[in-house]
Design a binder for this molecule. Structure first.
Ligand SMILES: C[S@@+](CC[C@H](N)C(=O)[O-])C[C@H]1O[C@@H](n2cnc3c(N)ncnc32)[C@H](O)[C@@H]1O
Length: 241
């Protein structure tokens, strides 16, 4: 597909380094292959629902924000969508290197804006959701980890310093309605994370890994080799008002 690159603001940059300058981008570059290979990201009922709620079909224009290993984009393209992927990490090889908080596209460029298991990394979540609402002319679909406890937050940050925050369902409704969207559907999924793979993807090892396991003790599976979290999937539509 020819990329609909209509820079909406002077200075917007497409397909070049976004210069976050805080080491976060470099960290993600190093992890790119691990996220492409991750089974947790590449499949699951949660992914199936995200794809379904994007209403895929030939010619539907979708932006996959913070695409990571590109699993949502791959599935949507298989169903005929014209997908543009964005990510702040050049190593993820998105179509356009861009922060979610500053999408270089004109208003209403896409039929659907989707972001899966990524918003908890965004530095300014409110701004990012406003941007997704702005560039979509129809639907916004989000999947992210549901907030469960401060211990869980500590574990996530220790395992991955780029983790910013998981949010509650109420906070999500506020972000979406605050961006002029009406929430139409939501669904929760329990997701199981094999511990060694999950820790390995971000290079968390030694004492830190042991502390992460302690912090997640109440969420471990009985055999102790995995832990579970809950993902929230939301579909919101542009308000007609
Ligand atoms: C867990 S991965 C995304 C997973 C992917 N969406 C999937 O379904 O497999 C998180 C991604 O968010 C990206 N990211 C982090 N902060 C970002 C930001 N502010 N704007 C855009 N992308 C960001 C990272 O570079 C990384 O590729």
């Amino acid at each position: 597909m020819a990329l609909p690159l209509w820079p909406s603001k002077p200075g917007s940059v497409a397909n070049s380094h976004s210069c976050l300058g805080d080491g976060v981008t470099e960290l993600w570059d190093e992890r790119a292959q691990a996220y492409r290979d991750s089974k947790t990201h590449a499949e699951g009922d949660d992914l199936d629902l995200v794809v379904e709620w994007c209403a895929p079909g030939p010619g539907r224009k979708v932006i996959d924000v913070a695409t990571g290993g590109g699993h949502v984009a791959r599935r949507l393209r298989e169903q005929g969508c014209e997908v543009v992927t964005t990510d702040s990490s050049p190593g993820m090889k998105p179509d356009v290197v861009s922060r979610a908080e500053d999408l270089p596209f004109a208003d209403g460029s896409f039929d659907c804006a989707v972001s899966r298991i990524a918003p908890h990394h965004f530095g300014d979540i409110g701004r990012a959701i406003e941007e997704m609402a702005r560039v979509s002319n129809d639907v916004v679909v989000i999947e992210d980890t549901l907030f469960s406890s401060e211990r869980h937050e500590q574990a996530e940050k220790l395992r991955d310093p780029t983790h910013v925050r998981n949010y509650t369902e109420d906070e999500w409704i506020e972000f979406l309605t605050g961006a002029g969207l009406e929430v139409e559907q939501r669904q929760l999924f329990e997701k199981v994370h094999p511990l060694e793979d999950w820790l390995g993807r971000t290079g968390c090892e030694g004492e830190e890994a042991e502390r992460v396991k302690e912090l997640l003790a109440d969420r471990m599976t009985d055999d102790g080799v995995a832990w579970t979290d809950v993902k929230l999937v939301l579909k919101a539509r542009k308000s007609q008002r």
